[in-house]
Every structure is written in structure tokens, then in C-alpha cells.
Design a protein around this ligand. Structure first.
Ligand SMILES: [Zn+2]
Length: 678
């Protein structure tokens, strides 16, 4: 059978991939790969060329086939696709564990390290070191029974994490709100109202249908004057996939979370770690539980007073006690009154095509690259666009897809993912390809999509991840791009690039009023920039709440007591929350970052890497934000290096010293205490 997933084209043939190709394609791929592994593992004289390179090639191939499958499952989910995807999860998990637990391969890598180590370059040595570490972290040295148990646990975890994601998607798609009294829509933007009207029309009902997609949710809790509407949306959103709210118990993730936590703990203990947090830290920049907790608690201590004052001010402004669903609304009003700036009023100034051009110019000025759109590339949805990147020498360096708009059956949030990883091996070469996925409000009534400034930040953020993936110069897929980078340093390039979306020159360049084509007026721009520190304390405390919750959940797990998800959250809230949260809020049940994604015991990474990003950007501020020498050093020391060097070492190489938390506090207008600044 000619399975499009198994072709050799440089890009996935999206136009031809059907759900029925998924399981047979993956089965065939894994069968061939296993046969190849047997060959590699029985090589007589293991060398870098006969063992390591072929295995790098094989892993590249497996992820290249699987990438479009998991991507499609996230962005155009359907029952058929889900079935195919789910059928493959146990196959892949078993394959990966078998590979990582292979003693012959492990021995072969050790032989290469011992016999060839001195003759190899630092990048090649890092490939081997990472691989040896991953063998150990898959339990290669364990007795057979424990090895088998570890494999079973990994397999079950993969399935539970997918189930978690499915429940969230179904719960999000499974709720909508019908408005019959037009006054209830007051405050919402016209694009949203028009779309809701059209949806009502399509479903042949009176009135307007508002769905629970992310842009609608954010718009409602920020702008809707009707408290009833805001409360309904807040309740539906914050009880998704739980035992509470309008669809209570229908897609409940409570038991799924319980099982995930139990199995993560067991996996960590099988490898002789005390808990999952310790296991996770074994590959991170931060080295101990104490180090992470100290970092988070000190930040909380620094930001608490500011956050409390901000909230007190907000209640004074509203003239009443505020509920959770009022905070965004009144914060927006207060911001509007104080700075005469609102996110909604920003939209006409940020048409997506213009923002993209400006963003590409920033990347071009900094790193000498050129980005051009390419037509006629097969995509999975008509809204998707494709771009190619050329280096300063005119040579192609990578490419990416952009899937910008919210729609049903698409996972909420925004992310960058690897479509194809970079490789330059004896067996062949490939340039990196990325997916950039956002959930912006789609174009309407002949106008392009109009972004809020928050959306602009999101776009810059994901593009920063994209550059990390696409500008890599590492030849070995396992440590190219974001692969093999300590997870707590992964957000450095993304948060770094966000800084540019706040810069006056860039704001002027990326803004163009949709009707008048005028850039954002200087005075509005100054007011917008002033909002950067607005509610910085509250935002910091909220991020710290998520980070502490995630970290403590994984560090303090006790099999005798179970996961204690809600208890842990309420303990953390007791310590750091400033805004009151209703008892029925079930935020963890849709917290995909830590239960379904890669941020388990790693949500602190956002703050950790934000320190790195702010401090790295301060080097640009000292020399000029487009200073080409500084940009070149950033590119050479950090952005192109993937996982080929230690993250702290890379940072010190660029900055000339260790990271300093004061850069972040300064950026947010929160003053550092003497102690923390040390
Ligand atoms: Zn990110």
C-alpha cells in the first residue's frame, strides 16, 4: 500500500493523509525500525559512524512520520483521527521504551564513548552523553521485572495523558451559550457578535450562539458588561472536564489526574528517585527541589505586596468586593481609565498580515534572515500558510507552517512544534520545519484577522520558539533545535522575543490601522508600553500559584494519601493567591501543560527562563536592541546551539556572568529586595 505517511518527501503530504493511513503506517514504520535497531545493536565494532549516526537517522525518521499525526490530532481532531492516534500511542510508547532499555545499544554507546571519546568533537560527545543519560533514565540497568514495570507505566501514562487532552477538548466543544436578549452582548467586539449571530443562523435558532473557544472566553470575561454572561463563561471554562459546572461529571479528568500522578511517582521510584520532581530535575538547569522552591517563594515574597495593593486598588475602583469573573473586566476598565488603552481598541492597529511582516523584519534585522511565503504547499486547512527562511548567505535554512485562527476541534492555546528536525548526517540531510499554532479571532467581513496586543505577544513568543528550532546549526537531531535543551531553559528564546513586541520602533512597524493604514500614534504607543507593568504583581502571583501547585504536587506525592490535587491547590492558594477563587473552580482539570504536556514539575520553567530572557534582553538594551554584534553573540552562544551545550554555560558565555533576577523585576516594575538581588 502506498502510505503517504511513509513517503520520502521533505514535507508531509497533508492533502493525502487520511485517518486510515495512521495505524498501518505507524505499524510498518516501527516494524522496520525495530529490525534496523537489531542490526545496529549487533554491529561488531561500534563506532560513532556505525551506531550513533544510524540511530540518530532512525529517530529522525520516526519523529518525522509521527509528527503530522499528532499535529493533525491537535488541530483538526475527529473521531477517526483520534481512533488512529490512540491506537498508535501504545505502539510508540513500547517502541521508545524498548529502544531506551536496550542493553546491547547501551553497551555499544558506552564502547563508543570509551574508545572514540577523545577523537570526537564536543557536539558528538554531547550526543553520546545525552543518549547514555536517557538510557539510564529509562531504566536500562534495572532488573528485568522492574524494567518491564517501567515500560508498562510509561505506556499507561501516554494513554492517560491523551485521555486528559481529549476530555478537555470535548468539554470545550461541548458547551455553548445562547443569547436571546441583545443587551447581554454589550461590551463585546463586533467581530465576535457577528460570528455568534451567524452561528445562531446556521443552527436555526433565535439569537446569538457564543462558543467556549479561547478568544471568545477571553473576550467575554474581559469585556462583557453582563455579569451573568461573565459568570456563566467563567464557570464553564474553569470547570471544564470536572465534577462541577454545567457539564459536571461528563468528561471528568479527576480520576485521570489521580492515575497520572500515581504512575509518575511510581516511574520515578523505579529509577530510585524519591519523587517525580527529582526525576524531572535530573535533566534540568535547576538542580534540586530546594533550589526551585526557594526561587519561587522568594519571587512570591517580592511580588506579594504589589499584588495585594493592586487588588485593593481594583476593588476600590469597582466600588465593591470582586468575584473571580469580575477581575478581568474591572482590570480592563481600570487600565482603560489610567492609560486610555484597551486590548479591543488595539485590534484595528494590528492586522495579522502587517504584524507578520513587521515580525519578520525584526528577525531579519537581528539575525540576517529572510522570510518569504510559499504558495501551493499542501496544508491541513485552507487558512494555513507556509513560509521559508533563508540565511544571510541566501541559502535555505528552514521553513514553517502558520495555523493562526481558532476553530472547533482545535486544541486551545498557542504552541510551536517540530514538523521536521534538522539533520546533517552521512545518510542524508534535512532542514528544520516548524508548526506555529495560535488561536486568534478569524478574519471577518472582508477584513484580515485583527489582533490584540496580547495576541501580538503570543505570536512573537511562538515565533521565538520557532527560531530556536529553525535556526539551529546542530547536525544531530537528538540535540538540534529545542531537542535536548534543559526544559527550564526552553522558554528563553520565546520570552526573549516578546520584548521586541514592546519596543517603540517595532510597535510603529507592526501597526497599521486597518482602515487608515496609520501606525499606532506615538502617544497611544507610550500609553500601551506603560501598561506593561500594570498588575505585574497580580500576574506574577498567578504564575507563581500555577508553578508552586505543579511543583509541590509532584514533589510531595505520597502513595498513602493519593494526589491531593485540590488540597494542594488550596494550600498553595492559601500562601500566594491574592484574588479569591470560588470553591467550585476546577482549574487543574484542564491544566494540560502539566497533566498532558511536557511541563510536569516544570511549570516553574516559565519564570525561570523569564529571568534568563529578561537578563539576556538587558544586554541588548545596553548595546542597542538591534545591535548586530550582540545579536550575533546571542545566535552563536544560545539560539543555534540546541542541546549541544549546557544551558547555564551557554548563558554565561553570552552574558559574561550568571543570570540576575533583577532584570526581570525591573522589567515588571517590581522592586527587588536586597536579599533577592544577591
Ligand atoms: Zn513557550
Amino acid at each position: 500500500m502506498d502510505n503517504p505517511l511513509l513517503g520520502q518527501e521533505p514535507l508531509p503530504p497533508f492533502a493525502r493523509i487520511r485517518p486510515e493511513h495512521v495505524e498501518p503506517g505507524v505499524r510498518e514504520l516501527l516494524e522496520r525500525s525495530r529490525a534496523r535497531i537489531d542490526q545496529i545493536a549487533s554491529v561488531q565494532r561500534p563506532t560513532f559512524a556505525t551506531v550513533v549516526e544510524p540511530l540518530e537517522e532512525l529517530q529522525h525518521r520516526v519523529s518525522k512520520v509521527w509528527s503530522p499525526v499528532s499535529h493533525l490530532n491537535a488541530v483538526i481532531n475527529s473521531d477517526a483521527l483520534r481512533t488512529g492516534y490512540n491506537a498508535c500511542l501504545p505502539l510508540l510508547s513500547a517502541y521508545q521504551t524498548d529502544l531506551a532499555q536496550s542493553e546491547p545499544l547501551y553497551r555499544a554507546y558506552k564502547t563508543v564513548a570509551e574508545q572514540e571519546g577523545d577523537a570526537l568533537g564536543p557536539v558528538q560527545r554531547q550526543v553520546i552523553e545525552h543518549a547514555l543519560r536517557d538510557f539510564r533514565l529509562a531504566g536500562v540497568g534495572l532488573p528485568p521485572e522492574r524494567k518491564a514495570r517501567f515500560k508498562a507505566v510509561m505506556l499507561e501514562l501516554t494513554q492517560l495523558q491523551a485521555k486528559f487532552e481529549e476530555n478537555v477538548l470535548d468539554a470545550t466543544n461541548g458547551w455553548s451559550y445562547r443569547v436571546t436578549d441583545e443587551s447581554e452582548l454589550k461590551g463585546l467586539n463586533s467581530t465576535l457578535i457577528e460570528q455568534a449571530r451567524r452561528r445562531g443562523h446556521e443552527q436555526r435558532v433565535e439569537g446569538w450562539i457564543l462558543t467556549l473557544d479561547q478568544p471568545t472566553y477571553v473576550a467575554v470575561v474581559t469585556d462583557a458588561e453582563s455579569e451573568k454572561l461573565r459568570r456563566s463563561f467563567y464557570e464553564a471554562w474553569s470547570t471544564r472536564a470536572s465534577d462541577k459546572g454545567p457539564n459536571a461529571n461528563r468528561w471528568d479528568n479527576s480520576a485521570v489526574m489521580e492515575d497520572i500522578m500515581r504512575l509518575r511517582h511510581e516511574a520515578a521510584q523505579l529509577l530510585d528517585f524519591r519523587n517525580y520532581a527529582e526525576y524531572a530535575l535530573s535533566t534540568r538547569m535547576a538542580h534540586s527541589i530546594e533550589e526551585v522552591m526557594k526561587f519561587l517563594l522568594e519571587l512570591a515574597q517580592t511580588a506579594r505586596a504589589a499584588a495585594q495593593q493592586e487588588f485593593a486598588e481594583l476593588e476600590a475602583f469597582a466600588g465593591r468586593k470582586l468575584s473571580a469573573w469580575d477581575v478581568g473586566f474591572y482590570a480592563e476598565r481600570l487600565q482603560r481609565e489610567r492609560y486610555s488603552v484597551s486590548q479591543e481598541e488595539m485590534r484595528p492597529y494590528f492586522p495579522l498580515p502587517h504584524v507578520l511582516t513587521g515580525l519578520f523584519e525584526v528577525a531579519s534585522r537581528l539575525f540576517g534572515i529572510r522570510i518569504t511565503e510559499k504558495q501551493d504547499v499542501p496544508v491541513w486547512h485552507p487558512d494555513v500558510r507556509f513560509f521559508e527562511i533563508q540565511g544571510a548567505d541566501g541559502q535555505p535554512v528552514g521553513s514553517f507552517y502558520l495555523d493562526a485562527y481558532a476553530r472547533s476541534n482545535k486544541r486551545s492555546g498557542a504552541w510551536m512544534d517540530e514538523c521536521v528536525g534538522r539533520k546533517k548526517l552521512n545518510s542524508g540531510s534535512a532542514l528544520p520545519v516548524a508548526y506555529l499554532v495560535c488561536n486568534f479571532l478569524p478574519p471577518n467581513a472582508g477584513r484580515p484577522a485583527l489582533l490584540t496586543h496580547d495576541d501580538v505577544l503570543t505570536l512573537f513568543h511562538e515565533f521565538g520558539h520557532g527560531l530556536h528550532h529553525m535556526l539551529t546549526r546542530v547536525d544531530y537531531p537528538s540535540i538540534a533545535g529545542i531537542n535536548g535543551v534543559s526544559w527550564d531553559a526552553v522558554e528563553l528564546p520565546s520570552q526573549f522575543l516578546e520584548n521586541y513586541a514592546w519596543h517603540p520602533d517595532v510597535l510603529r512597524r507592526i501597526s497599521s490601522h486597518v482602515d487608515t493604514r496609520a501606525p499606532l500614534p506615538t502617544e497611544t504607543q507610550q500609553r500601551l508600553i506603560a501598561t506593561r507593568s500594570f498588575h505585574a504583581g497580580l500576574q506574577m502571583m498567578r504564575q507563581l500559584e500555577f508553578a508552586l501547585f505543579d511543583f509541590r504536587l509532584h514533589a510531595e506525592y505520597d502513595p498513602a494519601k493519593g494526589a491531593r490535587v485540590m488540597q494542594t491547590l488550596s494550600e498553595v492558594r492559601g500562601e500566594v493567591a491574592v484574588v479569591p477563587v470560588p470553591e467550585w473552580n476546577r482549574f487543574p482539570n484542564s491544566f494540560g501543560h502539566i497533566f498532558a504536556g511536557g511541563y510536569a514539575a516544570g511549570y516553574y520553567s516559565y519564570k525561570w527562563a523569564e529571568v534568563l530572557a529578561a537578563d539576556a534582553f538587558s544586554a541588548f538594551e545596553e548595546n542597542g536592541v538591534f545591535d548586530s554584534k550582540t545579536a550575533r553573540r546571542f545566535l552563536d552562544a544560545i539560539l543555534t546551539r540546541g542541546g549541544s551545550r549546557d544551558a547555564l554555560e551557554a548563558f554565561i558565555d553570552f552574558r559574561g556572568r550568571r543570570p540576575d533576577v533583577r532584570a526581570l523585576l525591573k522589567q515588571h516594575g517590581i522592586l527587588a529586595t536586597g536579599e533577592l538581588a544577591a
